[in-house]
Design a protein around this ligand. Structure first.
Ligand SMILES: [Zn+2]
Length: 193
């Protein structure tokens, strides 16, 4: 990389850091995480990296007030992103549609949460459980939705990537915090993920 290119990357990394701080102040905490990840990818400065790892949880999402809320946000992120990917428009439409989705996710979440099933699971197992929980949303052609699965493979070594392995993009971040992040609702609704 030339010196000039390097200084552009540093500048971009700094801008992404500022954007992240602003997004967080504006309450868009997962979009902030996304910007910090970008900043670390551009420049591996330790202070931004430490900040990112401090504000994110095991799902690579903005840390919530407690683990229960972390789990809930991850469940909603998994479900909402699958729902949107299954739509031809890749967008949410009306307020009524959003309300319907949230109500359904609430119902499923209450069942999962009250069953106590998550307490003995690792975060990776919880995430797998969230992905395996298929909400039957109305007005959807369900079968094509069922097949979406995210499996990360390290093609250089021919192995599956675990959540705590270094991401293959070279950012130096754990996979779960980088390209294996679970999107937050604020990111999904703004089309940033
Ligand atoms: Zn990555």
């Amino acid at each position: 990389m030339s010196e000039r290119e390097g200084s552009h990357r540093e500048l971009l990394a700094t801008l992404h850091n500022y954007i992240a701080v602003s997004l967080r102040k504006a309450g868009m905490r997962n979009r902030a995480v996304g910007s910090w990840v970008e900043s670390v990818r551009l420049s591996k400065r330790g202070n931004v990296r430490r900040k990112l790892l401090r504000v994110t949880n095991e799902y690579g999402m903005a840390r919530q007030v407690n683990e229960e809320r972390d789990n809930q946000q991850a469940f909603y992120g998994v479900q909402l992103s699958r729902y949107i990917r299954s739509k031809r428009s890749h967008k949410l439409g009306t307020r009524a549609e959003i309300d319907m989705i949230i109500e359904l996710m609430d119902q499923y979440w209450n069942q999962i949460s009250s069953s106590g099933i998550l307490s003995d699971m690792s975060h990776a197992q919880r995430l797998a459980h969230f992905r395996d929980t298929v909400i039957v949303f109305p007005f959807l052609s369900v079968p094509e939705v069922l097949k979406i699965e995210d499996v990360a493979i390290d093609f250089c070594h021919g192995t599956r990537i675990g959540p705590n392995d270094r991401c293959v993009c070279g950012s130096g971040l754990p996979y779960r915090t980088c390209h294996g992040r679970t999107p937050g609702i604020d990111e999904i609704l703004s089309g940033k993920f």
